[in-house]
Design a protein. Sequence first.
Length: 369
Amino acid sequence: MTPALRILGTRGVPAAHGGFETFAERLALHLVARGWRVTVYCQQDGTGPVTEDTWQGVQRVHIPVAAAGPKGTIVFDWIATRHAARAGEPCLTLGYNTAVFCALLRWARVPNVINMDGIEWRRDKWGAVAKTWFWLNELAGARLGNHLVADHPEIARHLQRWVGPERITTIPYGADRLAGLPEAPVRALGLEPGRYATLIARPEPENSVLEAVQGWSRRPRGAVLAVLGHYRDDHPYHRAVRAAAGPEVRFLGAIYEPAVVQALRLHGLFYVHGHRVGGTNPSLVEALGAGNAVVAHDNGFNRWVAGESARYFADAEGAARCFDEVLADPTALQRLQAAARARHAAAFEWPDVLAAYEAMLLRWQPARR
């Protein structure tokens, strides 16, 4: 019997929107190459009937949705989950933001593994209503999923408030090892290879962007802090970050081209990661794959991922001290870069991550006759 899987919870493949889409693409192509039949649900704008096609051996179900934003995502997830329940094949649901819909799969007795992502209801950016919605869906996902995937040991421990450890498998996110990329994309942005650090994050308080910019701007560095992200003039936090920036901080805007982002990582001095909430953050793992030394916010999530390849800070003053230390000692910087490569190879290589998923998902295939 050919093993089969349906992937829910992303906007579809090929990846164009974020970490879960990238993972869905990598996993789907890996499983197809291993002889699986894989179906991915894909959201598209507009109206019309549900259609199906094939992309690189992956079966796709296209669901048009007229609504935009979170409402559109909810409508898409509802239709996709109903479709999957009727199909009856084992499912992998990425994220729990609409996990209440997984009751349909339970009622249909369809095996459903849920990647529980981060602790969304703890994020500062959400109001009380949104936090309540995410909290309820975390509970629903934990109770309705046949099995849960945590991408970080701290997430696994968090989920044990709802279920026993036997129902949780910890598998981190993966990233490619980067080497030999051209410098041209970096120079096109007005940066000199080896004379800048990168900060790639949504400009939100929980990502410590303001503290990092303040720390960098306390004194001349002889290097540039290249900040990626969309900063709006009408947003108070965005304005505060820009106001705190000294002359050696460059705001490059939102850059989504993978080749450009990869080149920026590879040719930079180090990577600044201020995220305070979440599990195994894809951006941090990608930095390790690029051999970046890391200056990170000090919390259990980041310490497990980056380990000895990072210097850690809690506030703007601590960030400034980390920048001082890393920029002043090229030998220490090289040691951190080597540690980043070693940590990536030990835990975050895509072949290892995908093999772990395949082994876990095989347990939920129907018994062979």
